[in-house]
Design a protein around this ligand. Structure first.
Ligand SMILES: *[C@@H]1O[C@H](CO)[C@@H](O)[C@H](O)[C@H]1NC(C)=O
Ligand SMILES: *[C@@H]1O[C@H](CO)[C@@H](O)[C@H](O)[C@H]1NC(C)=O
Ligand SMILES: *[C@@H]1O[C@H](CO)[C@@H](O)[C@H](O)[C@H]1NC(C)=O
Ligand SMILES: *[C@@H]1O[C@H](CO)[C@@H](O)[C@H](O)[C@H]1NC(C)=O
Ligand SMILES: CC(=O)N[C@H]1CO[C@H](CO)[C@@H](O)[C@@H]1O
Length: 574
């Protein structure tokens, strides 16, 4: 979801900017971008103004893995406008001795006299300044990956772009790009399997709910896995710097330029509300010296798939469309850069993703009280965390630029929002009955099931004749987020075409003969604890057993049944 943020040092002031962006930026990647010198060279933004960060800013985030030790560090290269002048000594000094934000910084390290303003001086003053980046310490044989985010409509990489992926051909992802991402995840997964990278299990929050990762359908939006966590400082309205502890301390009045990402939404808002702690690594360009990051969030999410199945980039993610149409090659390029397994047209199904994301609305509704009492990430668009999340879910579920689930499932948007005179969302009602039916596959499921590629049933499935809509709703009652009905054969003997209306009674009048397997999850807490980070391919969410996410399409063949039985109870209906 696109929302812009400005965090001041003293208080959080995030602004959620919904309007469609028009700026398309170019970001120049410096020479040797994966080396210490390259990382410490500012990226130059053109076509956009980095000082107007809320609408046009670009963000770069590096993850540096030492394959010998498994140590990971996070480092955020600086982005500047073309023509900006370096100030300070690059060791974190404030450009203004007093640390005030109103006076113009004194350019040092330039040949320009500051007492007799020259043409160059005035030009620099209008263009702005930057504090040169600190130089990271990179171990021998380090594997470095870079990820990019932007608040503009799109960012296109120029310069030293070998190993960088911006999209498929001319069809850019939009606000996202990466360099060397696939190699980074390969190296990181190897280090995990060697026991060098130790990932902390997300565990459960103080109230017992599973702590969400970036692959959790309870918290994803329409363009999951797209956010860096990078922040920069804007000092005195015209000087950019990394948000190092030193720069941060020296400039208490600076604005923090943030990519108020989904990752930050989880770690800074949802985690605290649930009583969860984020996974962090050392970061020299982060004010606390520690930070989550896109790469490490994705790595953690890969190894700890949530009880409701892993959310992986689907065909209807707006970032992977080509001219508004689904593109499997683009999906897989995106997945490469985020450590996700390759997909085919079935297991990246838009309909499945729409059904699964119903978990989000159910989760938000379940936690209405908790989230109502938590602060809003964007007070100018929603008045608390509950209304913010409901609004975000509604937009993600709906038509473009959302996932288009209303059309794909032929349902009404399950969220009703109430806004005040300023357009701030102040109340939300979520139709969880409709969402339960969607989650159970009762809505829109039959069409996808017909395209199942693995029709041979495993021993654990049983044929049954059910009336899909009604039964699915009833059966989800014991564990609202933990039951999926896997409709595994197409309707063979429908007495009438299923009517998928927008009301909760959809399909209740159609008798459809289908084969059904219901998989009942254990508690979320026990589920979250079960996958082992050291298991080959992460165990539960690896590609080859089809796992939970794809159970609807990929039948659990006999050799995998034991493994699945260990993690869940398989209930058959005869
Ligand atoms: C942050 O970056 C992502 C892409 O990486 C983008 O979707 C999002 O809108 C950006 N802006 C903010 C403020 O989060
Ligand atoms: C920064 O710019 C904004 C508007 O452009 C202005 O309101 C504010 O006073 C400026 N702040 C400083 C410290 O110059
Ligand atoms: C700036 O100063 C440096 C060293 O003092 C010198 O090498 C360089 O030629 C000067 N540049 C200009 C444009 O005067
Ligand atoms: C999805 O499809 C791809 C390509 O057919 C396959 O390699 C992969 O294992 C599948 N993933 C799952 C989880 O079924
Ligand atoms: C197993 C089960 O509960 N089946 C029920 C499904 O719904 C139809 C219609 O309401 C009932 O007739 C079945 O008994």
């Amino acid at each position: 979801m696109r929302y812009s943020a400005l965090l001041s040092l003293s208080f959080t002031l995030l602004s959620w900017v919904a309007p469609v962006r028009s700026q398309n930026c170019q970001l120049q990647v410096p020479a040797n971008p994966l080396t210490a010198q390259g990382l410490a060279t500012p990226y130059v933004l053109t076509g956009c103004n980095q000082l107007d960060f809320a609408n046009q800013g670009a963000f770069v985030e590096a993850a540096i893995l030492d394959p010998a030790t498994g140590n990971i560090q996070i480092y955020s290269p600086l982005v500047i406008n073309a023509g900006m002048t370096p100030v300070g000594n690059g060791a974190g000094a404030s450009p203004t001795a007093s640390g005030t934000t109103s006076s113009m910084p004194t350019p040092t390290g330039t040949n320009v006299s500051t007492t007799t303003p020259s043409m160059v001086d005035r030009q620099a003053a209008s263009t702005g300044f930057y504090i040169p980046p600190i130089v990271p310490t990179i171990p021998n044989n380090a594997v470095v990956g870079l990820w990019f985010g932007s608040n503009a409509a799109s960012v296109t990489l120029t310069g030293s772009t070998d190993g960088c992926v911006n999209g498929l051909g001319n069809s850019v992802f939009g606000q996202f790009a990466f360099c060397n991402g696939q190699a980074w995840f390969n190296a990181a997964k190897a280090a995990v399997s060697q026991g060098l990278v130790k990932l902390p299990a997300p565990g459960a929050g103080s109230g017992g709910q599973a702590c969400p990762t970036t692959h959790d359908f309870r918290v994803v939006d329409q363009d999951q896995s797209d956010n860096v966590v990078t922040t920069y400082l804007l000092i005195g309205n015209n000087t950019l710097s990394q948000n190092t502890p030193a720069n941060n301390k020296a400039n208490p009045n600076a604005a923090v330029l943030s990519n108020a990402s989904d990752n930050a939404l989880i770690t800074q808002f949802i985690d605290p509300a649930l009583g969860c702690a984020p996974y962090q690594n050392p970061c020299t360009t982060c004010p606390t010296g520690q930070s989550p990051a896109l790469a490490t969030d994705e790595l953690l999410a890969f190894y700890f798939p949530p009880a409701g199945g892993p959310a992986l980039v689907p065909l209807n993610d707006p970032m992977v469309l080509v001219n508004g149409q689904p593109s499997l090659p683009k999906v897989n390029l995106y997945r490469d850069g985020t450590g996700q397994p390759h997909a085919d047209n079935n297991n990246a199904s838009a309909v499945t993703y729409c059904q699964q994301i119903a978990q989000s609305g159910i989760f938000i509704n379940q936690n209405q009280q908790l989230f109502t009492n938590a602060g809003s990430p964007a007070p100018n668009t929603a008045n608390n965390l509950f209304t913010f999340l409901a609004m975000r879910f509604s937009a993600s579920f709906g038509p473009a630029p959302g996932l288009g689930c209303t059309g794909l499932l032929n349902v009404a948007n399950p969220v009703s929002l109430t806004m005040d005179g300023n357009g701030v969302v102040t109340a939300a009602t979520i139709n969880t009955q409709s969402l339960q039916q969607i989650l159970a596959g009762a809505t829109g499921g039959a069409t996808t099931v017909a395209s199942s590629t693995s029709p041979s049933a495993s021993a654990s499935t049983a044929a049954s004749s059910v009336s899909a809509g009604t039964n699915a709703t009833a059966l989800t009652t014991p564990s609202p987020t933990g039951v999926l009905l896997h409709l595994t054969s197409a309707a063979g003997s429908a007495t009438q075409a299923p009517t998928m209306g927008s009301t909760p009674t959809c399909m209740s009048t159609a008798t459809v003969t289908v084969t059904v397997t219901a998989t009942v999850c254990p508690t979320q807490a026990s589920f979250a604890a079960s996958p082992s980070p050291n298991a080959p391919n992460g165990g539960w969410n690896d590609g080859w057993n089809g796992g939970w996410n794809y159970g609807r399409y990929h039948r659990k063949r006999s050799i995998f049944t034991d493994r699945i039985r260990r993690k869940s109870r398989i209930v058959s209906f005869d």
